[in-house]
Design a protein around this ligand. Structure first.
Ligand code: KMH
Ligand code: ZN
Length: 270
């Protein structure tokens, strides 16, 4: 089987230090956590940043500073979020792409998100995809419900996305697709031929779906953005602890963990 790409979503936009005091939020903390995650086997760091008060921000200066700090410590692929936090306008979400990150997320549809709406109308998707193309950024298509796969193909036909696509299947968000293994199989079977994919199970589903992906030949995302627990009721000590567990399981199952350079090859980025 193909080597395993582990993505670590180190802080996200919704998790707070109240939820888990080990959450990294300053650029220095995020870079330190990214380094530990990379040492434990992560080859992609999914990046959100926070302002001085710990609130989510899309300020390009903070993204740039954090990226530089991470780059000093690891050659992992740094993937900027363009989703930000619910309610952020397009102008804010698109701004960090000016820094031409190596990779960035692109959610190809609108979805309920707990009590909120994660708003991704066609004009947002088009503007973000166009900017990624202009800046040479590899998109990762974030799929929260099955219609987003077909939507991505619409933007391929428009010439704004290029095959082969890489998908991240985000499962178990209240309002999105549930996180059963049957749901995962359905999504994977719905992907266009030649795609690569990872799964991001929310909460306790991080481990179950991650394990399913290991045997199905997919890739896995873990980290505090999606899950703050190690066991039921036991907070994770660090992002690296979550990465190390999936790397260990992969080893048991005979799947080697990809280095950042191998991840770039698997994702056709080089
Ligand atoms: N924070 C979520 C509303 C992404 O990073 O592109 C959106 C999100 C997706 O996290
Ligand atoms: Zn995110």
């Amino acid at each position: 089987m193909e080597k395993l790409i582990i993505t670590c979503a180190v802080c996200g936009a919704e998790t707070t230090k109240k939820d888990n005091p080990n959450l990294p939020i300053t650029p220095e903390e995020i870079a330190g956590s990214a380094q530990e995650a990379a040492e434990a086997g992560a080859s992609i760091i999914h990046l959100h940043v926070r302002d001085d008060r710990g609130k989510p921000t899309m300020d390009p200066e903070v993204f740039g500073r954090t990226r530089d700090l991470i780059k000093e410590k690891t050659d992992a692929i740094i993937q900027f979020s363009t989703g930000g936090a619910v309610g952020m306008p397009l102008e804010e979400r698109i701004a960090p792409l000016e820094l031409a990150p190596e990779m960035a997320t692109l959610t190809t549809g609108t979805v309920n998100f707990g009590g909120d709406v994660f708003f991704n109308p066609p004009d947002y998707i088009e503007a973000l995809a166009r900017k990624m193309q202009e800046k040479g950024v590899k998109p990762e298509i974030e799929v929260f419900e099955p219609g987003m796969i077909k939507n991505a193909l619409y933007f391929v036909r428009k010439g704004l996305l290029e095959m082969p696509l890489h998908f991240d299947l985000v499962m178990g968000v209240p309002g999105g697709i549930p996180a059963g293994v049957r749901d995962l199989v359905y999504l994977v079977e719905s992907l266009p031929e030649g795609s690569t994919w990872s799964v991001a199970g929310i909460g306790r589903h991080e481990l179950t779906l991650g394990t399913a992906a290991l045997v199905m030949g997919g890739h896995v995302r873990v980290g505090f953005e999606d899950n703050i627990f190690y066991h039921r009721g036991v907070l994770a000590e660090s992002n690296a602890q979550l990465v190390a567990r999936i790397a260990r399981l992969a080893g048991e199952l005979g799947r080697e963990v990809a280095t950042p350079e191998e991840a770039r090859q698997i994702l056709k980025m080089t």
